[in-house]
Design a protein around this ligand. Structure first.
Ligand code: ZN
Length: 213
């Protein structure tokens, strides 16, 4: 049997680089149109900063089999759109029962999580904090600080991502906004639309999908 070779990659905790990583993708501010509630504030910022890179991912994806782990680093710029902090588009795993680990490297942020039924949780993240995203939770990273937020992550190679799950409900149930006193507060999103029983069952059913289906 040919076994995969062990190896090492080095995390740069300040700049979020995964040294030796073969893959790198970036998102510009203009790529995130539609995720912030204050669309006027977004459009104004996009006019001047639309081409600015606000989010970068470097990862390593083993190709040996379905039981492996993808790991990598994310770098998120600090900033706000209106009173909402910069955040990622967010997703649920296409196989929703696959979990994920995030490991803070530098900066200050949080993981906003939402169950299919609409329960929400927040986990604050600093350097050296590990956040466990259990199976079935929609998750989005938020940068709460004035410095870049860098995290390392690991998830099963067959997890996949469903990025539309949040758009289908008009956003996540909670907004993470500036409290005006240097901190943050979780506020209800008045546009949020609960998932139907059918939508929830569809998410649960992904856990039993066969490989490649
Ligand atoms: Zn994920």
């Amino acid at each position: 049997m040919d076994y995969p070779e062990p190896f090492q990659l080095k995390v740069d905790p300040r700049h979020g680089r995964l040294l030796g990583s073969p893959s790198n993708y970036q998102k510009k501010l203009s790529d995130l149109a539609g995720i912030y509630r204050d669309s006027a504030a977004f459009d104004a910022l996009a006019q001047t900063d639309g081409d600015r890179v606000v989010y970068a991912v470097q990862d390593y994806r083993p190709a040996f089999g379905d039981n492996e782990l993808i790991f990598g680093t994310t770098w998120m710029a600090p900033g706000r759109v209106g009173d909402e902090f910069f955040m990622t588009r967010g997703h649920i795993h296409a196989r929703a029962d696959r979990p994920e680990i995030y490991h803070g490297q530098s900066g200050h942020g949080l993981m906003l999580m939402e169950s299919p039924e609409g329960d929400t949780r927040t986990v604050e993240i600093w350097a050296d904090v590990v956040c466990y995203v259990p199976p079935f939770w929609i998750h989005r990273s938020v940068n709460l600080g004035d410095q870049p937020l860098v995290m390392a992550f690991t998830y099963p190679v067959d997890a996949g991502q469903d990025y539309d799950v949040i758009a289908r409900s008009n956003g996540m149930r909670s907004l993470i906004v500036d409290d005006g006193q240097g901190g943050w507060v979780e506020r209800a999103n008045p546009d949020w639309r609960p998932r139907t029983t059918n939508q929830i069952e569809t998410i649960h059913a992904t856990a039993h999908a066969t490989v490649g289906a």
